[in-house]
Unconditional design. Structure first.
Length: 161
């Protein structure tokens, strides 16, 4: 990856203007499929690719959209509820614990952030979103493969908690 970046930097000096944009993996599926196809054709000399498009589906019927919500309760829910509504629906001891913990958090645009003394705000994620962020960071969308502490450091540098 670093070799490619050096090559691109050397090549971009020949242009008057050069702009490099990061495209999210979810928006780059077509290019990924074409790259996989091109790399599988290394033994074939003629690399012409015929693109076929289909105007309508062969499967008859209607398409139904389903919104699946798997909101499992997590540790940030009670703090979010306390900061947004100011009410606690639990026992006296648990309520005090939530009030003490909530002092280290804030809500910005309906998102929960953890604040530190000399740190940037860290966005609190639910378990599904946290798993997605870890997977994206580990699968090279944010750099090289890493483990353990270095992966945790990358997550914190991306302002997630």
């Amino acid at each position: 990856m670093a070799q490619n970046l050096d090559l691109i930097r050397a090549f971009c000096q020949t242009f008057e203007r050069f702009e490099l944009k990061r495209i999210p993996r979810s928006n780059n599926e077509e290019a990924d499929q074409l790259a996989k196809l091109a790399s599988s054709l290394t033994t074939i000399k003629n690399r012409s690719i015929t693109l076929l498009t289909q105007e309508h589906s062969e499967i008859e019927g209607t398409v139904e959209e389903v919104l699946a919500s798997t909101n499992k309760p997590c540790c940030k829910d009670a703090i979010e509820a306390y900061l947004t509504t100011g009410s606690l629906l639990m026992g006296k001891k648990e309520a005090r614990t939530i009030r003490v913990k909530a002092a280290r958090f804030t809500m910005i645009a309906w998102e929960l952030y953890k604040r530190g003394f000399s740190q940037p705000y860290l966005k609190c994620l639910d378990p599904e979103r946290a798993e997605y962020v870890l997977r994206e960071i580990h699968e090279e969308s944010c750099g090289n493969h890493s483990r353990g502490r270095s992966l945790a450091g990358k997550v914190l540098r991306q302002s997630h908690f």
